[in-house]
Design a protein around this ligand. Structure first.
Ligand code: ZN
Length: 67
């Protein structure tokens, strides 16, 4: 059974729940406040291949010459 992440719209509580395929959010309730106003969080994939923070080559030149 896959684990889905839900966020409560009432208390903003993020929790994970075991849900079967085809189960709507309506059948999920927040374990904190018990509200059924929850939204399924989108599972984001991490560790993208060949993608990183472009190292900006900061070329800062020091102004020579004493004044
Ligand atoms: Zn809640």
């Amino acid at each position: 059974m896959p684990i889905y992440e839900y966020i409560c719209m009432k208390c903003n509580n993020i929790f994970s729940a075991l849900q079967r395929m085809g189960v709507s959010e309506k059948d999920t309730t927040c374990p904190e406040c018990g509200s059924n106003d929850v939204k399924k969080k989108v599972s984001s994939f991490c560790c993208s291949p060949g993608s990183g923070p472009s190292s900006s080559s900061s070329s800062s030149r020091f102004g020579g010459g004493g004044g």
